[in-house]
Design a binder for this molecule. Structure first.
Ligand code: URA
Length: 244
């Protein structure tokens, strides 16, 4: 069995966004850090990073955040941008403030437009991020699109053919599956993540998307119980379901 990695307590907590190393020393002195039910006073001590650490360590009375491999499922509301830098409301504003200071940083797995709602994943796990967005994996994304005009009836065949060229591009889109819900509403399953892809696909048919919502990513669906702006951490089984 390989030994778990260890880290200095102050370095670990600082990399998790709880504050500077000095802040951690101050917090410990004030009794704000506990381990196995007792005060942890010496933040220069090394600690084994084991999966049960969030159950054993408390910061200001609350369980320690997961140390690494954080995967967050957010019900992205309309009007928020998937960016660390842009002006205006950002999806990161929804998460605990300290999570912006984590190292490695938390990033969105792919992006949704400002005016798209639905399932958005965020993680500090770079390898997972690449696995989900890699074109080789063909992870299916399911979108519910509401349209300005009635469907013509030609769209499903056009999207399924794998020959549709989006404006300004020279590589056709991979085949995508359309499920018609009504004259002006459809589910679209795509395996790529090109810029404004769904809106541009319908634009190529002379239509216009008036609302767009992502319902699922691979085998992982947005839970109905999660309202816009709410989020939850995913467990290993839920993460695996992305690739089903
Ligand atoms: N396609 C779009 O056009 N927008 C999104 O946000 C996602 C897919």
């Amino acid at each position: 069995m390989t030994k778990p990695a260890t880290a200095r307590v102050d370095q670990l907590l600082s990399s998790m966004g709880y504050g500077s190393r000095k802040d951690m020393a101050r917090m410990a002195k004030a009794g704000g850090i506990s381990l196995d039910g007792g005060d942890l006073l010496d933040v220069s001590q090394r600690i084994a990073i084991t999966p049960d650490l969030p159950r054993r360590m408390q910061i200001d009375g609350a369980a320690l955040d997961p140390v690494a491999g954080l995967v967050i499922l957010l019900h992205k509301p309309l009007g928020m941008t998937c960016s660390h830098k842009e002006q205006g409301p950002l999806v990161y504003d929804i998460l605990p403030d300290r999570w912006r200071r984590r190292d490695p940083a938390i990033s969105t797995i792919g992006r949704l437009d400002k005016q798209t709602s639905g399932l958005l994943l965020l993680t500090d796990d770079g390898a997972l991020l690449h696995r989900v967005i890699s074109p080789k994996r063909h992870v299916k994304k399911t979108y519910r699109a509401k349209l300005d005009r009635p469907l013509s009836g030609q769209e499903a065949a056009l999207f399924a053919a794998g020959e549709l060229l989006l404006e300004g591009e020279d590589k056709p889109l991979a085949p995508a599956k359309l499920e018609v819900i009504s004259d002006t509403e459809a589910l679209l399953h795509v395996t790529e993540g090109r810029y404004h892809q769904v809106r541009r696909m319908f634009a190529a048919t002379g239509n216009h998307v008036v609302s767009l919502h992502r319902e699922a990513l691979g085998g992982l669906a947005l839970p109905e119980t999660l309202a816009p702006g709410q989020w939850k951490l995913l467990d290993a089984e839920e993460i695996a379901s992305i690739f089903l």
